[in-house]
Design a protein around this ligand. Structure first.
Ligand SMILES: [Zn+2]
Length: 349
């Protein structure tokens, strides 16, 4: 059974890095780069309406700051995660600054939405040190990495956390596509691209979105009501289209029973156990040596996320925490869904 995880980052509007500053700003549209939050708030409302309409729950990663500024109480029924406090590149922070930032974010999000159970690093930049600091907050799930659709993409164990990678692929034209929906909001992709990508996948798929992107584009500014309605409809078509080809909806959430890590998924009766941490690791090591290799690499403090840093041998393959530049190669597709999605391939082969 393959699962679809719809996730969204609840960022400041059109977040941009500001040179010389740790905190992100918003794209300067002639009024400076101070962070704005109105599109993020409206977009969150659109996402919640959308998920309610489909009848599924999502996973929402909140910046601490954004959770303090916008009305986010309605999000409480969804799986809640942290996404930095001021959309910092967490890998750039010193140890004390990193711990303080994460604690502040955790506290803000806990107070206003609900206790975070997962995390996604801003800019998708996480390393072993960041994951370890997140882990100390009691968070057991992360989604700050990418994986190609040509490989099995169930959650896997990483630094004692369960990692849910966002998918990437190459479309039949050879162009890289990630399961982040921003190109669709910017008019450069259509819902069918993401549905075809899911059809080509061999495992779960994690779709990622930004709340502000539901009502504002980087290139075009704040949308008209008609365009915002169209944006919501496009996201709905992506989700429903992927569910229609046999995926079950899931949320990224951790809970612990007596000896098992479990991943409850939304919808009546669906729940799966992925086993105690030790069992998960040993089972997956056998099936996917590339990930065991990465864990070893991170334990030895080799920077897994840096380009081309992971040695490959035999079937061992690499994955990228952030920059999407590591080589990866998909397996030959044999399933009917793979044949139906002929032409799709691993994103970095
Ligand atoms: Zn973000």
């Amino acid at each position: 059974m393959r699962r679809l995880y719809y996730t969204a980052d609840i960022d400041r509007d059109v977040n941009v890095r500001v040179p010389g500053r740790v905190a992100a700003g918003s794209l300067d549209r002639g009024f400076g780069d101070a962070p704005r939050f109105s599109s993020s708030e409206r977009g969150l409302g659109a996402i919640l309406d959308l998920l309610d309409g489909i009848g599924i729950r999502g996973t929402l990663f909140f910046e601490g700051r954004t959770s303090e500024v916008i009305d986010c109480a309605r999000a409480a029924g969804h799986s809640i995660g942290v996404h930095g406090y001021d959309h910092e590149d967490l890998t750039s922070l010193g140890d004390d600054h990193l711990r303080g930032t994460l604690a502040r974010s955790f506290s803000a999000v806990s107070d206003r939405v609900g206790r975070p159970v997962c995390s996604r690093a801003p800019y998708m930049t996480a390393d072993a040190r960041v994951l370890s600091a997140v882990r100390r907050l009691g968070i057991r799930h992360d989604s700050s990495s990418y994986t190609d659709v040509g490989s099995p993409s169930e959650p896997f164990l990483l630094e004692d956390m369960v990692e849910f990678p966002v998918n990437k692929a190459r479309d039949p034209g050879g162009k890289v596509i990630a399961a982040y929906l921003w190109p669709m909001h910017e008019g450069r992709r259509g819902p069918g691209d993401y549905i075809a990508m899911a059809a080509s996948a061999e495992g779960d798929i994690v779709i990622a979105d930004h709340s502000w992107h539901m009502v504002e584009t980087r290139d075009g500014g704040v949308m008209s009501r008609e365009d915002a309605d169209r944006a919501s409809d496009d996201v709905r078509r992506v989700i429903e289209g992927i569910l229609d080809i046999g995926y079950r909806p899931g949320v990224i959430r951790w809970s612990r029973t007596s000896s098992s890590w479990t991943v409850p998924v939304s919808g009546p009766g669906w729940r799966t156990t992925i086993g105690p941490p030790g069992a998960v690791g040993s089972r997956w090591t056998g099936r996917r040596p590339r990930r065991a290799s990465c864990r070893t690499s991170m334990r030895s403090r080799r920077p897994c996320a840096s380009a081309g840093s992971i040695p490959r041998s035999g079937r061992t393959r690499s994955w990228a925490l952030s920059r999407g530049s590591l080589p990866a190669r998909g397996r030959d597709g044999r399933s009917s869904t793979r044949r139906a999605a002929a032409g799709w391939s691993a994103w970095a082969s």
